[in-house]
Design a protein around this ligand. Structure first.
Ligand code: ASP
Length: 355
C-alpha cells in the first residue's frame, strides 16, 4: 500500500474517534466539583501511619485518582477551601452556597459534587439543602480513610458520587450525601462512628437509596421543603446569627447557658436528655431567656426518635421550640437560618415542621 494511502487512512481514523469522543462528551452531564478538604484529601506520612493531615491534596489530584470518571461526566474542578471539616464555619458555608447557586444558575453545569470532611458533613449538607435555589443535583462525598491509606475509600465514594449527580433521579432531591455505597438525604443523615467506613446513617427514616459501582437505586422520596421552596436566601448575607448548642446531663447547671447568652447567642439549642429534657435549673434560665427574645430549641442527645412538643416540658407556656426529628447540629443550622427571618418562636416552630 502507498505511504500516502496509509497516512490518509490514519487521519480518517483519528478524525472519526475525535468525532466519537466529541459526540459522547456532548451527551454526558457537565459537572463541577467543589473541593473543601477533609480526610478524602488527606495524606499520611506512610500508608500504614495512623495520623494524617486533612486537605493535603488538591481537587485535580483527587479526580486523577479515580479511574473512568470521564465515562460518567465532563468534569471541571475548583478548590474552595482546604480544611479539616472540624474547622468548617459560617463564612465558608456562605461562600460555598453562593458559589453553588451561581454555578447552577448558568446553563453550562448540570450538577455539583462537593468533597468535604466527614466530621461536619451532616451540618453543611443540611445548610446547603435549605439554601440552594436550583433543583439540579448537588451531592456531597467524603471518606473515612485518607487518600494514601491502604484501601482508601475516597475514590470509590467520588465515583459513586459522580454517578449519583449524573443520575436523572437525583434532580429535585436537594443536597444528597454519598458514602460507602449509600445515598442519604441531607436532612436525615448523621455521622455515627468515629472511624468506620460505615459511619453515615439516616437513623429515623432510612437512606434515600443505594449506589453500587455507579448503579443507582432510589428508595423513598423526600417530603420536606427543599432550597427552591424555602423562605431562606443567603444572597445578601455575609454572616449568620450566633446559635450555641448546650449539652444536657445529670446535675446540669445553667452556667453555660448564661455564658452563651452573655457572649451574644441569639439562639440556644439544648441537646437534651431523653425527649429534650434538662434540669429545673436549666429550664428556669432558658424560660427567662426565651421571654427576653432568645430563641430556645429543645433537641436531644439521643441518636433516634422525635422531640415532641409539650411532652414533659410545656413549650407553649415557656415559648420554646421542639426540634422534632432534627438532632442538635441540624437544629442549630435551621435556627441560624430561621433567625435571619424572625425571632418569633411560633413561626420558627412551623419551620421545624416544614423543613
Ligand atoms: N476530621 C476530618 C474532617 O472532617 C475527618 C474526615 O474527613 O473523615 O475533615
Amino acid at each position: 500500500m502507498a505511504r500516502s494511502t496509509v497516512l490518509c487512512g490514519l487521519a480518517a481514523l483519528i478524525a472519526t474517534s475525535c468525532m466519537t469522543f466529541a459526540a459522547r462528551a456532548a451527551e454526558l452531564p457537565r459537572l463541577r466539583v467543589l473541593a473543601t478538604g477533609g480526610t478524602i484529601a488527606g495524606a499520611q506520612a506512610s500508608a500504614t501511619d495512623y495520623g494524617y493531615k486533612s486537605g493535603a491534596y488538591d481537587v485535580n489530584s483527587l479526580l486523577k485518582a479515580v479511574p473512568n470518571l470521564d465515562k460518567l461526566a465532563v468534569i471541571t474542578g475548583e478548590q474552595l477551601a482546604s480544611i479539616g471539616s472540624q474547622d468548617m464555619n459560617d463564612e465558608i458555608w456562605l461562600k460555598l452556597a453562593k458559589r453553588i447557586n451561581a454555578v447552577l444558575a448558568g446553563t453550562g453545569t448540570d450538577g455539583v459534587l462537593i468533597t468535604h470532611g466527614t466530621d461536619t458533613l451532616e451540618e453543611t449538607s443540611y445548610f446547603l439543602s435549605l439554601v440552594t435555589k436550583s433543583d439540579k443535583p448537588v451531592v456531597m462525598v467524603g471518606s473515612m480513610r485518607p487518600a494514601t491509606a491502604v484501601s482508601a475509600d475516597g475514590p470509590g465514594n467520588i465515583y459513586n458520587g459522580v454517578a449519583v449527580v449524573a443520575d436523572a433521579g437525583a434532580k429535585g432531591k436537594g443536597t444528597l450525601v454519598v458514602l460507602n455505597d449509600t445515598i442519604h438525604y441531607a436532612r436525615n443523615v448523621m455521622k455515627t462512628d468515629t472511624t468506620s467506613v460505615q459511619t453515615f446513617a439516616s437513623i429515623n427514616r432510612g437512606p434515600a437509596g443505594v449506589v453500587h459501582t455507579g448503579k443507582v437505586t432510589w428508595f423513598e422520596p423526600m417530603d420536606r421543603k427543599l432550597g427552591p421552596a424555602t423562605e431562606f436566601s443567603i444572597d445578601d448575607l455575609d454572616r449568620l446569627p450566633r446559635v450555641d448548642i448546650i449539652y444536657a446531663h445529670a446535675n446540669m447547671s445553667a452556667d453555660l447557658i448564661d455564658a452563651a447568652i452573655r457572649n451574644g447567642a441569639k439562639g440556644i439549642v439544648v441537646a437534651g436528655v431523653g425527649d429534650g429534657n434538662m434540669t429545673a435549673a436549666a429550664l428556669d434560665v432558658l424560660t427567662r431567656a426565651a421571654k427576653s427574645g432568645v430563641v430556645v430549641v429543645r433537641s436531644t442527645r439521643l441518636p433516634a426518635g422525635i422531640v415532641l412538643r409539650n411532652n414533659e416540658v410545656n413549650d407553649d407556656e415557656k415559648g420554646f421550640v421542639a426540634s422534632g426529628e432534627l438532632n442538635p447540629p441540624k437544629s442549630r443550622v435551621l435556627l441560624q437560618l430561621a433567625l435571619t427571618r424572625t425571632t418569633d418562636p411560633v413561626r420558627i416552630q412551623k419551620m421545624f415542621y416544614e423543613y
